[in-house]
Each structure stands twice: as C-alpha cells, then as structure tokens.
Design a protein around this ligand. Structure first.
Ligand code: DGL
Length: 264
C-alpha cells in the first residue's frame, strides 16, 4: 500500500537542511519527513526523552513504509542511534555527526570551533568521535554549546532578534578563540549560516555534513526510483512553519503533503 520510502526525522525543521541534500542526491526517491517540533529543542532535553521520541517517530515512519531511516539530527544521533539500530537490526539507520574530520583537514590555523547542542557535546558518542579524530593531532578544538540557537531557528524567522543575538553570543566566544574553521554540528544551524558567516568574517570555513549523509544514503538505499517522487512532510507542531521553511529551502517539489502528526 505505502510505497517504499526514506524516512527522515529531526527535532524540528533543522533536518530540512539534510533533506535538501538527500533530494538532490536521490531525485527519484520518495521521502517522508517528520519534524518533532512540539518537542524541540532536543538539545536541552534528557537523553531518555530524546530516545523515547526517536523510537516513537521511527516506529511511525516504519509503519508508513520507510525502509531506510535517516536521523537528520546530531542530538538524536548522539543519544539514540544505537537504540534505533538495536530495535530494527534489519533496517539501515543513517545518522549525522559533527564534521570533526573534515574540519581538521581544512583548518590552516589549527584552531577549530564546534557549534552544537549541549546534549550532543555532552554525549559519550561525541567524546568518542573527538578522541578518534583528534588523537595525536595538534589542532585546538573549542566546543561551543549553542543554547537557544536551535529554538530560535525553529520559529522559522531566520532573521529574528533571537537568532541574531544567539549567533552573536556564540560567535563572540568562537572569535575570542580565533578559530578559522567552524563545524555546524546541529542541522538547524545551516539556516543561520548567513549570520554565522557575517559574525565570524568571510574567511571562516563552515563545515556542514548534510552532503556526506546523502552520499551514505545513496550507498545504502535499495529502493526503486519512481516517476512521481513523493515528499510527505509531517510535524507534531505547527504545519505552517514547516510548510514555509520547506518551500523556501527545498525549492520546487511535487506530490507534497504537509500534515499535523499526533504522536504523544
Ligand atoms: N537539529 C538538531 C541537531 O542536529 C537538534 C536541535 C535541537 O532540537 O536542539 O542537533
């Protein structure tokens, strides 16, 4: 009944930055996206809560026919991807992680900043990533827990005073560390990249891992391309915000339906 599709989710609208890359890498695939906006921001919630939400949404996407899951959220990946993989061992589950490795390759000054949620930075998964990538490296990595930034972006007004002041606050800390490369370790942050670039200066390199996730999904997706690549957008919050963000950032799309999902 439901055609095989790729299920994508995030705490809210941030995962659209990953969905944009996925759709350009796989234009013939059907996608189902869930924004858990009623429960955002995940980065300021407990691990237990984020894991429970991730399980609930993944189950819903499986029921709707998703045969591959993309956790388009650094926080949910950090906290819950192992649980998702253990729950559905036969389903490919692709997560997203802050791009420490590309940042280490790109920095010229040897000073890198990582912008991410407090929960991502506090996770054991992130600590392991940092250990594995930084090992003997001489690079200085500054971790910036960007409280308030994802929540401000989540309103859909990307030029609001709240977005600008959160960017300014966190970028001031990064400027003081004189970093030349900044990892966008939360899928919401690419939507504030224009402000981050303005605050950090044009010579800064921003690292976003959405395209790397799309390449991994291309490797693992076994579904057929369809002539009518459907896109279904669902949210536990306000459908109007998701719709507005999708039409601004996803460009032209067909067969889209946006609906309110009740998942409590
Ligand atoms: N977009 C999410 C991430 O990549 C989470 C933001 C939030 O809900 O705190 O971490």
């Amino acid at each position: 009944m439901n055609q095989p599709s790729i299920g994508v989710f995030d705490s809210g609208v941030g995962g659209l930055s990953v969905l944009r890359e996925l759709r350009s890498a796989l234009p013939g695939a059907a996608f189902r996206y869930v924004a858990d906006s009623a429960h955002a921001p995940y980065g300021e919630r407990s691990d237990g809560c984020v894991t429970e939400r991730a399980l609930r949404i993944a189950r819903e996407l499986r029921n709707q026919g998703a045969t591959l899951l993309v956790v388009a959220c650094n926080t949910a990946t950090a906290v819950a991807v192992n649980t998702l993989r253990a729950t559905w061992p036969d389903v490919p589950v692709v997560g997203i992680e802050p791009g420490i490795k590309p940042a280490l390759a790109l920095t010229r000054s040897g000073r890198v900043g990582v912008m991410a949620t407090r929960a991502t930075l506090a996770s054991t998964r992130f600590a392991a990533l940092l250990r594995a990538q930084c090992g003997d490296s001489k690079v200085n990595v500054h971790l910036q827990a960007c409280d308030g930034l994802a929540a401000a972006i989540e309103t859909g007004d990307l030029d609001s005073a709240a977005v600008r002041s959160a960017v300014e606050r966190h970028c001031t800390a990064l400027r003081e560390r004189d970093v030349d490369t900044v990892v966008l370790g939360c899928t919401h942050y690419p939507f504030a990249a224009h402000h981050i670039r303005a605050a950090m200066g044009t010579s800064v390199t921003l690292v976003d891992t959405g395209a790397a996730v799309a390449r991994e999904v291309v490797r693992r997706w076994k579904g057929e391309a369809t002539s009518c690549a459907a896109l279904t957008l669902q949210t536990t919050g306000e459908a109007s915000v998701l719709r507005a963000m999708a039409s601004r950032w996803l460009g032209a799309y067909q067969a889209v339906s946006t609906s309110r999902l009740h998942l409590d």
